[in-house]
Design a protein around this ligand. Sequence first.
Ligand code: ADP
Length: 885
Amino acid sequence: MAGYTPMIQQYLQVKADYQDAFLFFRLGDFYELFFEDAIKASQELEITLTARGGGGEERIPMCGVPYHSAASYIEQLIERGFKVAICEQVEDPKHAKGVVRREVVQLITPGTMMEGKGLSEKENNYIASINHFTDETFALAYADLSTGEMRATVLNNDFNEVFNEISLIGAKEIVVSSSFKEEWKKFICERLVMTISNEEDEEIRSEYQPLLSDIDGIKLQSTSARLFNYLHRTQKRSLEHLQPVKTYKIYQYMKIDYYSKRNLELTETIRSKGKKGSLLWLLDETRTAMGGRLLKQWIDRPLIDPSAIKARHDLVETLIKAFFERQEIREKLKEVYDLERLAGRVAFGNVNARDLVQLKKSLQQIPLIREIVERLDSEEATKLAQQMDSSEEVTDLLERAIEDNPPISIKEGNIIKDGYNEELDTYRDASRNGKTWIAQLEREEREKTGIKSLKVGYNRVFGYFIEVTRANLHLLEEGRYERKQTLSNAERFITPELKEKEALILQAEEKSMDLEYDLFTGIREHIKEYIPELQALAKTVSKLDVLQCFATISEERSFIRPNFSNERVMVIKDGRHPVVEKVMNVDHYVPNDCVMNKEREVLLITGPNMSGKSTYMRQIALTAILAQIGCFVPASEAVLPIFDQVFTRIGAADDLVSGQSTFMVEMLEAKNAIANATKNSLILFDEIGRGTSTYDGMALAQAIIEYIHHFIGAKTLFSTHYHELTVLEKELDNLKNVHVSAMEQNGKVVFLHKIKDGPTDKSYGIHVAKLAQLPGELITRANEILASLEKQDPKRHQEESPDLVQNVGQAEETITTKPIEATDHSMIEEEQLSFFSEEQAKGKTQTFTAKEKKVLDKVRDLDILDMTPMDAMNVLYELHKKIKG
Ligand code: ADP
């Protein structure tokens, strides 16, 4: 460091502790960045890179942002996963000896955002800590610093469970010890956008003891402590809004693993990764930000406790019936501000007077909402109303103290109401009297001097003045006016009396501004005491909000209340896929039934591509999830079991980042389901085995079905294009074939999207290719190849689907083929060979009759260049005649 100026030395000392962050170093009105930070930040933020001398031999790269607009730059960096250390001047430069003392006052990280655009209104922003113990178990603790919510759990020895949890909560940052395995960090970072931070300190500090009162076990405590210590170290302030850590067990909720959640598009779509098109998007009729966040939490963790589900359904039913009350509640909820995050910001010390006015307005809605909820005729509603404590002391205080339309700044006055504080009123009187005196002065001076255009004015630099135009200067009494400022055609003066009043006014204003600031911070401190009440109220309000949202959607989209069966029976009548239905149009969606019971544990679904197999499977999973989050379901009748877990393997979710093939992902997902499912689970397998060769795939598919059927007994929907598998119905007692019907009309396929019992065996692939507008020649060629294959293998293709007969309503025949073990392999082999024959690879076909061949030979032998058009015509006529026979 030798050779650097003291300021740069100070910079380097601070930076040494914040190697992994951008250091925003306060210099006057700017935050400056130096060295590597400056180079990187200038690229990330597209700001100009300059350089300055710093005492060393080379100039130091430097860039900077004005402090008043720093927030948006900081947000940009945080959003990209970086950390920003804010280093402020911590002593008054006037009193500093040498370089002003500077310290980092906060380390902002992706997981510790408190405000700003990077913080989505309707989404939590979680930071999690993970511990791995010698007995191979893990513990996870997570917090949303903006709301103060904290939860923790112990997980078994499977790292996948940890990954599932952090992806489920959408954590932005994880805090681990430096011994945490590199391969796990890599696994996470390849799949999720994640910032990884280290914290070695696991000591439980006394100030956090109360937050740990509900949890026992050293695992949970040490993991929570690691998180507290990280938050404490980075935020450098007391975090009084953190709520006691709540423990949970993952099996207390319906388990949906990372892949299944993605496949079912519960909170975001696979393609765009956006909310639009997801179940969350369909459901989100919440009116408050808190409600929006709770809705997402509920979707992430469906319930399995029947009485808890019933309580939600009861309230939804009550709210559906009470149409007018629901509308009133919705209106009032719209006025309720984000109490939860507000409480966080009160604790953090960054609320302004406008926030407090919003807090007051929100609290004023609570008695009105409570009164409406009390009117609802239901036990659950009464309970909810009782939990709505509107913290009247806070409302009263804010009503008395804070102006209705205060400015954003809390340092420039005009935020405290008259009458709230006597001392403030005295200053204000002095200032106001002074101002009246000044207003009178203008009149008196005009009279005294006879100058009609004389003005008394004020500006920040020169204070109060008497302004006289140049032409009138001679009318002023000599010696009484002291010159203060010269303008192009006027002069500004001050008199001894005006000077005296000015001093009084300015002094009173300064004092009142200081006092207002003190009073404001006092009020803010006082409100801190109510944080737990505000947080409890926020919880109740969000719950009401989500329930009214369920009622609103259920009514709008004709959802019905499901019943639950203890017998593991599922009967869904006229079920719909709620999102597909919304996106297309109510009129066009074809509702479908689903019956699953002891004899129908596994449904094997066949049907043409694009007919609606995966839509049907998803619809059933979504129905189960909707029911278990407490919402009604899209059907005309529904009896459902309570599912403990849902597993899916739907669509091609290529795991490109980790370099795994579609087929590997497919097998991993299958393994996950098979290893974890119980008889109370729901498994959806879409086209398992498609990613490998026919025999391989078919064999695996059959073996998987048999395994589930014999050893797990989970409710399983298995769609397949291997129609050979439909014979399993004969072998397996609890498996039934169903198919999606389609109709062939004038050479075109009409998808009916209707699920029926029995198998189908035609794929209609070429028709779909046609729909997708592949080139005409290609389609013709595909039809030719198909025809030729069918000719070679008439046995395989004579088994027309029952739906292929023109009329869909006709009675369906059962298809009789042998199980795979006994399949005529030679038949399929022949087909395989013909596909890959050498001739075909060269672009030739072997599909001509002897007669056709003769014609071809003739054509080949013609010497076209030697022929007249008439000769050609004659030959063509001959050939045509020959081929027509
Ligand atoms: P598959 O899995 O059989 O290839 P999909 O389930 O992907 O077919 O469905 C293809 C398309 O058919 C969907 O995108 C949807 O637009 C439509 N569809 C599916 N089911 C229905 C239905 N029940 N009613 C109306 N349209 C449907």
